[in-house]
Design a protein. Structure first.
Length: 177
């Protein structure tokens, strides 16, 4: 949006929106399916599977932290009983408004007329009102650069896989910062 008046003032507002960062997949540390790769998609257990010890953690603390994180995460809580989809963690949208003001000064020098333009630009105006507005959010380093929030540890004496959770994962851990 650009406007100007007869006195040499020009005003512009530019709105931009884009998805900041990239898309990520919730992944598991270690190779649970023995395919030689350490980046397997996680299975998000149901509360019943965890309560019935069908999906096992190495400690109660790991179980509590992981399930608290699942319940607090809109995507994961809706994927319980399923595998997390590839690239399903979308970076939040960024909305930014830039402002530009320009003023034309007319200078007469003899028979010649010259224009001098003074400009004042503010990038990301909304950030002046709230420091979190207009800022791209990236994957929280606490959950790892590849969103590896679950670690396959081993198979227990019953032949059931056991898992742990990084200590940085808690119910209030934000996916993006």
């Amino acid at each position: 949006l650009t406007a100007h008046d007869k006195s040499g003032n020009h005003y512009s507002f530019i709105y931009e929106a884009w998805r900041g960062g990239a898309n990520y997949s919730y992944m598991m540390v270690n190779d649970i399916n023995s395919d030689g790769y350490n980046y397997d998609a996680i299975y998000v257990p149901t509360d019943g599977e965890v309560a019935n010890n069908e999906f096992r953690f190495v400690s109660e603390d790991d179980k509590t932290r992981f399930m608290d994180y699942v319940h607090a995460n809109d995507y994961l809580k809706n994927r319980q009983g399923k595998y997390a989809e590839s690239y399903s963690v979308y970076s939040p949208w960024v909305h930014r408004i830039d402002f530009s003001y320009k003023h034309d000064f007319v200078l007469n020098a003899g028979n010649n007329q010259h224009k001098l333009q003074l400009s004042f630009d503010i990038k990301n105006v909304m950030n002046f009102f709230n420091s979190s507005w207009g800022v791209a959010k990236y994957l929280n380093p606490e959950i790892g650069s590849e969103a590896r929030i679950l670690k396959y540890e081993s198979v227990d004496a019953d032949g059931v896989a056991t898992f742990s959770t990084p200590t940085s994962i808690k119910g209030d851990t934000q996916t993006f910062t």
